[in-house]
Design a protein around this ligand. Structure first.
Ligand code: PLP
Length: 319
């Protein structure tokens, strides 16, 4: 790996602040109602539909070594979600990109987790008609965080497969990145109860779907597959397809049964928060020999190399 990822280094100041003060905020900058603010001052009404009804869409892009990774793809997905939810914001793509650059530049972070989001907003009369709510755009940049910590990246995550079913696409189009996470959070508690570190939940047919903030891949006889339906089309998932095309590896989106996942040669998860992260234990049983697989290692290395490539990344406009 040319650039090794050490999310723990980015997390330590945040964690120690929390230990001192349970109301502390991570160090960062938010954009809200036309102003750039420290995270501690970025507050919205409890009457906002985003809070009351999870009526919101968002996207998260990361900055690594002072560069946004695949920002255009994140903007595409965010604007797609806004359109599907019939939300409008007073900024176009360039305007949102500029706000994201400003949040990161003002925060000074070289490795950041950067979120753009829009809530339905609130209406002055507390109307039940969503058309009367004033949509609210926000953005923020805080230190980069990863699903897997440094030790887990090294030895692989220990995952449990929960019997919770991810909200089906007939209810919510998963391409609209959303905060409907109760299924995922219940899956996480199932995982903790069984001594695992994170969870995978199922799709409406009982196949493997995704986890809290990540997609999943398995490798069999050198061929990769990832669940096709009922999952967020992750940008890191898409990046794995692009990397496989370059590396000459076969990859498909198809149903992945629980049994197939358990019998795979290699398993890894993908997220903007951490990239490509190995899984070496499922429900207490090692995946293959329990070591991080060769294809996973290779993809992790090229994934981080791409962060320096101008075709895949853009420098933040620091002052
Ligand atoms: N699935 C869910 C439910 C997510 O929330 C996320 C990211 O937050 C992902 C998958 C991974 O998507 P991406 O690679 O775009 O971060």
């Amino acid at each position: 790996m040319s650039k090794s990822i050490d999310p723990q280094a980015n997390r330590l100041p945040e964690l120690s602040a929390h230990h001192q003060d349970p109301h502390a905020y991570p160090d960062g900058v938010a954009f809200l109602d036309g102003q750039y603010l420290p995270m501690s001052q970025a507050k919205i009404s409890v009457l906002d539909w985003g809070f009351l009804h999870s009526d919101a869409t968002y996207d998260t892009v990361h900055v690594w070594d002072g560069r946004f990774f695949r920002l255009d793809l994140h903007l595409d997905r965010f604007f797609g979600g806004l359109e599907k939810l019939r939300m409008t914001i007073p900024f176009d793509r360039e305007g949102v990109a500029e706000i994201l650059h400003n949040c990161v530049a003002l925060s000074g972070h070289r490795a950041a987790y950067v979120e753009m989001l829009c809530t339905r907003g609130a209406s002055p009369t507390f109307s039940r008609d969503p058309r009367e709510a004033v949509n609210r755009f926000m953005a923020f940049a805080v230190p980069f965080g990863s699903v897997a910590n440094a030790e887990q990246l090294q030895r692989g995550l220990h995952v449990a497969i929960s019997d919770k079913v991810r909200i089906p696409p007939a209810s919510i189009d998963p391409a609209i990145k959303n905060y409907h996470w109760l299924d995922l959070v219940r899956g996480l508690y199932d995982a903790y109860d069984r001594g695992a570190e994170t969870a995978l939940v199922l799709d409406f047919n009982g196949n493997v779907a995704e986890g809290p903030g990540f997609n999943v891949f398995c490798v069999d006889d050198g061929k990769l597959s990832t669940p096709a339906v009922g999952v967020l089309p992750g940008i890191t998932r898409r990046t794995v397809f692009d990397l496989c095309a370059e590396a000459g590896l076969a990859v498909t989106a198809a149903d992945v049964s629980v049994a197939a996942l358990r019998q795979s040669d290699e398993v890894f998860i993908t997220s903007t928060a951490g990239g490509i992260m190995p899984v070496t234990m499922i429900d207490g049983v090692p995946v293959a020999d329990g070591k991080v697989g060769a294809i996973t290692k290779r993809l992790m290395a090229i994934y981080w190399q791409k962060h320096e490539d101008p075709a895949w990344s853009t420098p933040v406009h620091y002052p």
